[in-house]
Design a protein around this ligand. Sequence first.
Ligand SMILES: *Cc1c(COP(=O)(O)O)cnc(C)c1O
Length: 450
Amino acid sequence: MPLERSIYAWFQSHPLIADLVALRPTCWFNPALATSAEALGDVALTAEDIREASARLERFAPFIASAFPETVASAGIIESPLLPLPALQAVLSAEQQLPASGALWLKADNLLPISGSIKARGGIYEVLKHAEDLALAGGLLQPGDSYAKLDSETARAFFGEYSVAVGSTGNLGLSIGIISARLGFKATVHMSADARQWKKDRLRACGVEVREYSADYSVAVEQGRREAGADPRCHFVDDENSLNLFLGYAVAAERLQHQLTEQGIVVDAEHPLFVYLPCGVGGGPGGVAFGLKHMFGDAVHCVFAEPTHSPCMFLGVYTGLHDAVSVYDFGIDNQTAADGLAVGRPSGFVGRSLQRLIDGYYTVSDQTLYRQLAQMQACEGLELEPSALAGLSGMFKVLQEQQGYRQRLGLSDERMARATHLVWGTGGSMVPRDEMDRYLAQGRAELVGR
Ligand SMILES: *Cc1c(COP(=O)(O)O)cnc(C)c1O
């Protein structure tokens, strides 16, 4: 869609656009940030909705434990560890010539069971919700039943009468496809050109139909939406607008709160929590941020991270155009190694709902993602996919900002010294060995060539 004003008029009114267009790493702290008391009402969902989603995941835990043996240890709860990054923090702080300040942690969603990415939260939740609705309406489940009975031939025959479809850059398709096929649904995944071959292979091995497109994410979604719309027994998982997907992500906050308490980490005005979230279409980071704001209020500061080649949410919120703008409108190509973040047009629902709740947005180059991928592995022994490193620069963006953001929020040096910086590591454990080795080699080459 063409812009109503010339690109030069936009450069004048919104000077950071020139940096985005030049693919320079860019950072913007949100002048419209409001308190959670003021702005949580902008979202058409409540704390009660998050509690319901959490209770639904509890009900499904016996099914998950039965269907996915790797979750038996966590009693069918799909959760990731919280890990300290002391060695990496030391290396990155030295690189930036900054004294140590606060503590750097990783929320290791790369280690989430079943599908190895943050999509194991929202994507799986949405399919479970749909399955529950169908099973209760169809008499397959009675309230109070153990949901372990959904891991049965009877249940698979029942769900086999229905189908699930989704458009994806890879990881959402992986999550939706795996859980749908396991329940017995017919599943179709519409994959954008960015999707990695191994993700398609893996899905086909589960019996999922994979349609491939030579175009980007938005086209794959549109095609999926159209096909599913023609079939009343097909549920289309709408990554751009789904409230259920969003709620599945939001449940992460209460789980994180327990983990922080276990680690003795305090979060309050004197001990701020910064959370850096890689952003594609926005549902994952948006849902997590929404949950965090309910849980920690103004003590939590959420910052979204995007590739320099795909800054769709940054552009959408900064211009106020939201889903009426795509990166292509500004000549940005949406070509990035961070395949999970290769999205040209943001979710309008997320951008509008959260525009007063997100502290800031920044972009990061593919070279930095690769470099930090190798540093993460060398310092901490953790292997993440490129998208999942986007949050790692966030701490330094905050510590080095000169836009008056910290001053405005009263984030003094003393408070920053007590801060926890949490990088959301959104994926990686399913990446095949040879592909991870190529990522690591690329990262090491970036480190040497610097
Ligand atoms: C999908 C994804 C994200 C971002 O989630 P969105 O809901 O698209 O914003 C981040 N990292 C990885 C690895 C992903 O797969």
